[in-house]
Design a protein around this ligand. Structure first.
Ligand SMILES: [Ca+2]
Ligand SMILES: [Ca+2]
Length: 100
């Protein structure tokens, strides 16, 4: 009787253990969101400048699209900020230390 209960207890524990492992694996799996902004922003200053955009399209073997700056640089300051960028860019702006 006591042996049976002991065995059952171990069986249940292993089940819970497996579920816990599954949850941990699920929780810590690397997130796969594409973040083009981060890829293009080579100097990691939180904005995309002309050099970075040109280099990015050069690597792709394409010309920089004519309307790109018109469409993306909404405030016309010559750089594309994370807020302005319309492509995949992750969930939050890059952590850049800025003067407040
Ligand atoms: Ca940059
Ligand atoms: Ca801008």
């Amino acid at each position: 009787m006591s042996t049976f209960q002991r065995g059952k207890f171990i069986f249940l524990s292993k089940d819970y253990y497996d579920v816990a492992i599954d949850l941990i694996v699920w929780y810590y799996r690397p997130p796969p969101p594409p973040n083009f902004f981060d890829q293009i922003d080579l100097n990691k200053d939180g904005v995309l400048d002309k050099d970075e955009i040109e280099r990015y399209f050069q690597d792709l073997g394409h010309e920089v699209p004519e309307q790109l700056w018109e469409m993306e640089d909404k405030n016309k300051d010559g750089v594309i900020s994370w807020e302005e960028f319309s492509g995949p860019k992750g969930d939050s702006p890059p952590s850049v230390k800025e003067d407040l």
